[in-house]
Design a protein. Structure first.
Lengths: 187, 999
């Protein structure tokens, strides 16, 4: 019975894409862990190191979308790893933070991830929310909003990566499609 | 008659003729025309009717201040009323029609109001329609609504789309005239991030029309060179067709960009609302010319002198062969000179001042123009257009000295700085006696978060009307805004000496009532000098009260032309100084902003975010009727064939009760609570004890507000020593998560607890019915037997090869498993369950079947049995309230006498004597009437359904006495017909012993 079922976790929109003045595509699923811990708890530095990651500074992301760590709040981090490596990473974190008050949970399936690419990708991001694209540092992670829903955005490799909640993936895709529509360039 | 001149028109591209239609007539304009210049070029002097008296009205202005020339533009889905012709660009095929007339523009029945004008004085509506009270709604309002109003509302949905965008800068400059350009140059050269906005499609403002000379060359050349320099700066953003509409706290600016207004249907967004955060703002918004108040100043053909000049120079449109100029200042002489240079006649310049001998009057005289100082217009002659003027002494009472035939009148009463952006956030104004204007008081600017000036007004907006003063003022203001010391030299304009103006508030100064009642202040709302004077006599001393009483400045132009003249008349009537009267409040937007732009992208599919579960598409494919639950969409039922919703619900319930069914419960809130103090924390949050829950066990719990009222419920499970997972209601996930964080961050900040909202990480599927276990066993992968997994326990494992957590919990009263699976596997698990259950006749059931089944079982539902006024004790849930705990949120509240009273309405079940269903919301009647003469009540229904299982109506409700009333027969109210008799029963209608769910 088990082998009759496709055991591959599917992303919310099955990799939808749109090509306007910028290209928008859904990626994922990506492995994501929400880690809550205070910056000064023993083992935090080591916990990140055990995953091959550097602890991010305020409003920054270290590493890459494939494997990285983002600062979400004074006691919250977003850890990005390949989907298949989440349980291993959780075990590593538990080991490294043993005895330190923390919470690490798998949120890979709770999210939708989009890439916005192309020379004018920043113009799409500028329509989503109060994000100053021009001053966005290369390793800066902005927790903001995409119109009416929460979103996190960072710049990477000729474009931007946007993370939102899974249930509103179709809304965000609609928003990105409208924002990237040919003729709607900002400049 | 007005006409297009054969030469000139600096903004026109004569190689591109554009056809358009006005009131059915085919007309021709050119690329570069506004609707206004195109209409005027086709001798269309009469453009509309006024609001109250339906007087014929034509163009007065050439820009954003135009009060009269508003039209309907476009057809069908692109129809828009109240389009200001002076700021709307002409495009090929534009369809225009005039507003506010019936049956036609030329012959208007409403003009009869004009004959009764003496009865329609200021405050007319207030005075006339106040009695009798009932008449307002039924008689007066419908009639007034019929005869009033400007444009028609569009009938079709907007065919265009809109969007919003965000930007940030150090210095935002509003206005692309020479002041704005000079300011941008200074701020840009200082290395600041600059945004320069210009509302028209052109840079440079009035300077080219006024013939300014800057740095030794014509203004147009300096403007082109400066724009080119700015365009090269990467730190400067230039935007035309973009109006700064409002300034808000902390440097927030809303600006409306007309992206495709002039190219309708090209697929681009029609308009874009910019939401800009600027550190400092430079208001280089210029000044607006004021009309003069003389009798007949509203007759088509009477225009502002600057507008006449604009039409001649910018668009090569002559307002008439013979134009009389009337003024109190030197600037209007430029209009006379421009007309003369265009080969048109200026029969006379009437200058209200006693003498006029400056360079401009001298030049006019030298060109052979007759200049009459100390003279005024007694009245304008004509009806639907100007035919002449009667001349009198300004100092006198209007005795006519002479009549002169003419086609147009160019008037100038001085200039008012556009102080709107300065004033939006609280910048103060001072009265400049010499120039007769309110201008920004630099010592009282609007301030930002740091206490420093937020807005710097420069150039004409700061009261400097000459280019010689405008340019250095702009450079200085921009340097201050940029926080730098001015470096380099500002551009220098050639000086032009102008004699001071002389304030003229009525013309002639001693005009009798017959003349004053024909002097228009507010063209759009039909407010005259006599109306303001009457208001003053009736005791309206405050300018804000006078404004509302007379409606002065309350039309769509917001008094851009009328306010200063109106308050000057008020000051005179009150025998006080103008600064004592003050101005009305300047509020955003500067000119109306389309609602579409404010709504932005939020329409159609993306009007609001709809939350979808991982199984959503399956529901839609299987004909689910979806209902909104918060922003979620959930399947209510799945009608098959020709089934009604209630038939589908009945079928789904019977299938579950006799076989097995699946419910998509993914929307249930799932909150992880972890830490050394997590147990203690949950004991405070829930009314019962959660800290002693065994690992692997489930427990139902209730949450109350501090006041004691029930706010959420759900099953809590313990994952490990210091980790719990709390299920909340669908609508409660975010709210309860925030509630937890609130208490943790604000009150118990020293408790070691972390929470995480993992609602969307999991799809959750309820498998309910006597055959549920068989279906799971067929999927295989873990032991789900009654022995291994008894009721109210959970286990993690695999089903159908997928990682799952299986809970033995039941909201239906049947043998039931709720399976959580990572959302990305949700659909796969659902489909596997469907396939495995086929042999048992498995069905998908929706939220309504779930509701009915839980009611059959006597389970409460948040929002049905609770409404924010109900405590757990009301619902006989005392068993879920710990007596041992020292405290929990709500405990103290529940001890208050009112909540502890034995007289509270409490939960019971109800069965009608005839088996019918009690209507939703019905009350239980009690004898007698209350103090208001209303019938007394003793309870109400909270849940009421037809039970297909029991084949009769069942209900739960709150009744005084609760279960102690068992066996009583009570009456429920019915909206129509007789009260319904029902017996008080146990609310558990189905499987009282719980054998099924425990099985």
């Amino acid at each position: 019975m088990a082998d009759a079922v496709n055991a591959q976790s599917v992303s919310p929109l099955g990799g939808a894409s749109f090509e306007g003045f910028a290209k928008v595509r859904e990626i994922g699923p990506l492995g994501m862990i929400s880690l809550r811990a205070k910056r000064d708890v023993p083992g935090l530095e080591g916990a990140f190191a055990s995953l091959g990651l550097a602890l991010p500074e305020q409003r920054r992301i270290t590493g890459t979308t494939a494997k990285g760590a983002g600062w979400m709040s004074p006691d919250e981090y977003l850890i990005l790893v390949p989907y298949a490596e989440v349980s291993g990473a959780l075990a590593n974190l538990a080991q490294a933070l043993k005895g330190s008050h923390h919470l690490a949970v798998d949120v890979s399936d709770a999210r939708a991830v989009f890439r916005i690419e192309g020379e004018k990708a920043g113009q799409v991001v500028a329509k989503l929310g109060p994000i100053d694209v021009a001053s966005l540092a290369p390793n800066e992670l902005r927790r903001s909003r995409a119109a009416q829903v929460a979103a996190a955005v960072w710049a990477e490799e000729g474009g931007f990566t946007l993370v939102c909640f899974r249930s509103v993936a179709a809304y965000v895709m609609g928003l990105l499609t409208a924002s990237a529509a040919p003729g709607a360039e900002l400049a | 008659m007005s006409t297009r001149l054969s030469k000139g028109g600096r903004l026109l591209d004569r190689s591109k003729a554009l056809d358009f239609v006005f009131n059915g007539k085919r007309l021709k304009g050119y690329q570069g025309d506004t609707l206004a210049s195109a209409l005027l070029g086709n001798d269309q002097m009469l453009l509309g009717r006024s609001f109250k008296y339906h007087r014929p009205r034509g163009l007065v202005a050439s820009g954003a201040e135009e009060p009269n020339a508003l039209v309907h533009l476009g057809q069908g889905g692109r129809f828009e009323p109240n389009q200001r012709t002076t700021t709307t660009e002409l495009y090929a095929g534009a369809e225009l029609s005039s507003q506010n007339h019936w049956p036609s523009l030329e012959f208007d029945v409403g003009a009869v109001n004009n004959a009764f004008a003496r009865f329609l004085v200021g405050g007319f509506y207030y005075k006339t329609f106040i009695h009798p009270r009932f008449a307002w709604k039924h008689v007066f309002e419908p009639v007034i609504r019929q005869s009033a109003g400007l444009g028609k509302a569009p009938k079709e949905a907007d065919a265009d789309h809109y969007e919003q965008a965000y930007d940030f800068c150090d210095v935002l400059i509003a206005g692309g005239g020479i002041a704005g350009l000079q300011a941008a140059l200074v701020a840009g050269q200082a290395g600041k991030r600059v945004i320069l906005l210009e509302q028209t499609p052109y840079w440079g403002g009035r300077a080219p029309v006024d013939g300014d000379v800057i740095d030794g060359r014509p203004a147009a050349d300096w403007i082109a060179a400066t724009v080119a320099d700015l365009a090269k700066m990467p730190n400067v953003t230039l935007k035309t067709r973009c109006m700064a509409a409002g300034v808000y706290d902390h440097g927030y600016i809303l600006a409306e960009e007309r992206v495709a207004d002039h190219t309708p249907g090209d697929g681009r967004p029609k308009k874009r609302l910019w939401r800009i955060r600027a550190t400092r703002i430079v208001a280089a918004t210029g000044a607006l010319e004021r009309p003069l108040s003389f009798a007949g100043n509203d007759i088509p053909g009477v225009m502002l002198a600057s507008a006449v000049r604009d039409y001649v120079v910018n668009w090569a449109v002559s307002p008439g062969d013979r134009t009389v100029v009337v003024t109190n200042n030197d600037d209007a002489y430029r209009t006379a000179i421009a007309l003369k240079e265009a080969g048109l006649a200026v029969p006379v310049i009437l200058d209200a001042r006693a003498s006029a001998n400056g360079p401009l009057p001298t030049k006019a005289r030298a060109m052979g123009i007759r200049v009459e100082a100390g003279k005024a217009i007694a009245k304008v002659k004509g009806g639907k257009r100007v035919t002449g003027v009667a001349i009198c002494l300004q100092a006198g009472e209007g005795a006519v000295l002479e009549e002169i035939a003419c086609d147009a009148v160019a008037m100038s009463g001085g200039w008012s700085p556009v102080v709107h952006l300065w004033s939006h956030c609280g910048g103060k104004l001072l009265w400049d006696e010499a120039q007769a204007m309110f201008r920004p008081d630099a010592t009282k600017p609007p301030t930002s978060h740091d206490g420093q000036a937020l807005v710097y007004a420069v150039g004409a907006a700061n009261g400097h009307l000459q280019a010689t003063a405008i340019l250095p003022d702009a450079a200085q203001g921009a340097a201050a805004a940029a926080g730098v010391t001015p470096s380099g030299v500002a551009a220098q304009a050639a000086p032009s000496d102008e004699a001071p103006l002389e304030p003229v508030w009525t013309m002639p100064q001693g005009a009798p009532i017959q003349l004053r009642s024909k002097m228009w202040l507010d063209y759009q709302n039909d407010v005259k000098v006599s109306d303001v004077q009457l208001a003053a006599r009736e005791g309206y001393e405050s300018v804000e009260h006078t404004k509302r009483y007379t409606t002065l400045g309350m039309a769509t132009d917001q008094g851009k032309l009328s306010n200063i003249n109106g308050l000057a008349v008020l000051a005179q009537s009150l025998n006080t100084d103008i600064p004592n009267v003050g101005t009305t409040t300047f509020r955003p937007p500067y000119t109306p902003v389309t609602l579409g732009a404010l709504a932005g992208e939020s329409r159609g599919e993306i009007f609001q975010p709809l939350r979808k579960t991982p199984i959503n598409d399956w529901h839609l494919k299987h004909n689910a009727y979806m209902e909104p639950v918060g922003l979620w969409r959930r399947a209510y039922c799945y009608p098959k064939g020709g089934e009604t919703h209630s038939q589908a619900v009945d079928r789904e319930i019977l299938a579950v009760r006799s076989g097995v069914g699946l419910l998509d419960a993914s929307t249930l809130g799932k909150l992880i609570v972890k830490g050394p103090d997590a147990g203690r924390f949950l004991d405070m949050l829930y009314t019962n004890v959660m800290s002693n829950l065994g690992i692997g066990k489930c427990r139902y719990g209730l949450m109350c507000t501090e006041a004691g009222f029930l706010t959420d419920d759900g099953v809590v499970i313990r994952l490990d020593e210091d980790t719990w997972l709390c299920h909340t209601t669908t609508g409660g996930a975010e709210r309860i998560h925030a509630h937890m964080e609130d208490w943790l961050q604000c009150e118990w900040w020293d408790w070691q607890v972390y929470t995480a909202n993992v609602t969307e990480q999991y799809a959750q599927i309820a498998v309910a019915g006597p055959k549920a276990r068989k279906v799971l066993e067929k999927l295989g992968g873990m032991d789900v037997s009654a022995e291994t997994m008894p009721f109210m326990t959970f286990k993690e494992g695999t089903l159908a090869g997928l990682p799952v957590r299986v809970h033995r919990i039941s909201f239906s009263g049947e043998l039931s498993y709720e399976i959580a699976v990572p959302a990305g596997h949700g659909l796969a698990l659902w489909e596997a369950l469907m396939e495995a259950g086929q042999e048992h006749g498995i069905v998908a059931y929706g939220t309504e079947a779930m509701h009915v089944m839980r009611a059959e079982k006597g389970f409460i539902m948040m929002g049905d049995e609770t409404d924010g006024t109900v405590i757990p004790q009301d619902l006989n849930l005392g068993w879920a309230i710990s007596k041992k705990k020292a405290d929990y949120l709500g405990k103290r509240g529940q001890e208050r006498t009112y909540l502890a009273s034995p007289d509270r309405w409490k939960l019971a079940g109800f069965e009608t004597l005839d088996g019918s269903v009690i209507p939703d919301g019905a009350y239980i009647l009690a004898p007698g009437v209350n103090a208001n003469g209303q019938g007394n009540v003793q309870g109400r229904v909270t849940s009421t359904y037809y039970s297909p299982t029991l084949k009769k109506g069942i209900a739960m409700g709150l009744i005084k006495g609760g279960l102690s009333r068992m066996g009583d027969v009570v009456e429920f109210s019915a909206i129509t017909g007789q009260p319904i008799k029902a017996k008080v029963v146990d609310p558990v209608f189905y499987d009282k012993e719980g054998e099924k769910q425990n099985g």
